[in-house]
Design a protein around this ligand. Sequence first.
Ligand SMILES: NC(=O)c1ccc[n+]([C@@H]2O[C@H](COP(=O)([O-])OP(=O)(O)OC[C@H]3O[C@@H](n4cnc5c(N)ncnc54)[C@H](OP(=O)(O)O)[C@@H]3O)[C@@H](O)[C@H]2O)c1
Length: 248
Amino acid sequence: MARIFITGSADGLGQLAAKALIAQGHEVVLHARNEKRRQDALQKVPGAAEVVIGDLSSIDETKQLAAKVNDLGNFDAVIHNAGVYIAPAEEIFNVNTLAPYVLTCLIQTPKRLIYLSSGMHLQGRSKLESFTTDISRITYSDSKLHVLMLCKAVARRWPQVYANAVDPGWVPTKMGGRGAPDDLQKGYETQVWLAVSNDHKAKVSGRYFHHRKEDRHNPEADDVQLQERLLSLCKEITGVSFRAGVTS
Ligand SMILES: NC(=O)c1ccc[n+]([C@@H]2O[C@H](COP(=O)([O-])OP(=O)(O)OC[C@H]3O[C@@H](n4cnc5c(N)ncnc54)[C@H](OP(=O)(O)O)[C@@H]3O)[C@@H](O)[C@H]2O)c1
């Protein structure tokens, strides 16, 4: 049995991944933005061990969330799933770019880290110069490139963990919309597989997966200088340092 923490698991792919992991006998801690969503999550995922609260659009609440997660002990895997699509640029930046950075740095390092990116990251640009000058230029696609860059930086800096990113496809969740054409089940299976499988294909690091297979990604994500600049800007903005990731 593994212990897994999933951000943004009151709904959508996070909730579905939680249900699948619980059905496999794993212990899953959920995350919701507030008390109302905590109650919703508990109702929809009755087998969950706990639901922690934190609004990821606030850097301070995200830091507090990491402390609450650490109070629950160590995790084998963390799935950085929460995300927003139609939202003001600052919210996209805080939830999609900064929150995974802050939680990666502050949560006791698990053995496996999974980051939800998107096929839309292919159209994204890092736009690192905008981080401290004009956040309004950051789009959803850019933020999903940032999270892939973060994943690759983590994989490079922390060789003792498996850190991988996932494009779930365009699937019919609240974010994807009812008409989304891709398979909903395939949309969460890869995260579940990366979190717990002993398949040697899942025990890799720094890769970008779509439906359990490595997929083409934006080469900007492989640029080590850009990755390092991303880490240092995230540190400057949040006050949180990227530490040596020692797993327990
Ligand atoms: N659906 C797609 O077609 C698609 C495609 C590519 C990538 N993705 C990625 O897959 C991940 C999951 O997406 P999804 O389709 O499951 O979306 P979703 O149904 O909208 O669920 C997103 C989850 O994130 C939570 N969340 C958003 N903002 C938050 C905040 N400020 N604080 C705390 N929690 C917050 C939401 O909470 P509430 O329920 O309370 O709003 C929800 O639980 C995202 O990272 C997304 O970018 C999705």
